[in-house]
Design a protein around this ligand. Sequence first.
Ligand code: UGA
Length: 414
Amino acid sequence: MTCVDKDADRIAKLNAGKIPIFEPGLEQLVENNVSADRLSFTTDLPASVATADAVFIAVGTPSRRGDGHADLSYVYGVAEEIADALDGYTVVVTKSTVPVGTGRTVSRIIGERRPGANFDVVSNPEFLRQGAAIGDFMRPDRVVIGADSERARDVMRRLYRPLYLIETPILFTSLETAELTKYAANSFLATKITFINEIADLCEKVGADVQDVARGIGLDGRIGSKFLHAGPGYGGSCFPKDTMALVRTGEECGTALRIVATVAEINDKRKRAMATRVIEACGGSLEHKTIAVLGLTFKPNTDDMREAPSLDIVPALQTAGAAVRAYDPEGMAEAEPLLPDVVWCRDAYATVENADAVVIITEWNEFRLLDLARVKALMRQPLMIDLRNIYRPVEMAEAGFRYMSVGRPVVGGN
Ligand code: UGA
């Protein structure tokens, strides 16, 4: 397997065993496969494509500035380069998340550029999560393969043979169906999160506990317990972008996707509303106050800051007058250029020093078992706003904190 990128610096680093992102287990996995000669990195696209049975397109498809459409220029650009290099029957697989119809366009681009070339285009969407990518890849719930020809299906079947052996469901569909399945899956998950977030808001008003509600509904097999954790709103490089792109596709086809559109809107507002929560918890003003922020990445076990709720929350706290101190186990290098005027700290305890409130934005494991007595002693006042519900209200009250979480009763102090 050969990985190709235009960025020579990135390839040089990969060849030296340096992984450009933080993903648990990835470094070891890459090292093992490089030393077993199963994996290599290069900038030489033509040579790699010419010798391949299958070429995976895995370039970015960011939201196009202004209109929310997926920007397909990288996909189409690489399709042309692949066309020029094809040699013998090759399956060209779109792994990037691409709107319905992209596979057909890729096929047309290659066909027009290299009339008579022997290839098929297949859509094979990716369902892995950052931070759990290797496990998700090795033991997926399913594999979706959109292909028109039996020959292409056969290449994909052989490729995924190890997963056949562990009885992973492999779903063969048309190109369009596979492409849409990806967007529908992410939009449904985003909807589930947004649903429980709204229920959490209601819980706060009526004195109910959202975690119990989530458990109570999640035990119903038709609903399922996953992705029902209330929090500050979803972030990352997928849900915000993919929900928007699906809404745009719907608009283009004259089929309004009102649920998904509303989910995206609610989630955007929610991230901003989290700062208001902190301001209100601090008595309505943050002038001369110091706020400690624990966790900045959009989720734990990644250094990815894309669409992270912290990017809305931290600047809003600063605008309200707060001095912000912050710490993230892996995300600070990515966060620093995005969040000016923050005091960066070496760990959770250094962060809470002289703080008027501590806000947990990302549920890194190391924040789950803080020495609460030590935290309390270091802070100016013991106020915690836990946007991920990683502590139990009763233990926080016992530890002498005023504690506010999401969709659960406020405890302690006043
Ligand atoms: C998501 C999907 O889960 C993957 O299946 C998909 O392959 C991937 O997008 C993609 O399209 O590439 P990812 O964005 O890496 O994966 O992370 P998630 O674990 O889905 O979390 C996304 C956001 O939702 C995070 O901000 C997380 O904190 C939030 N979330 C998740 C909640 O607020 N509550 C939950 O119950 C679950």
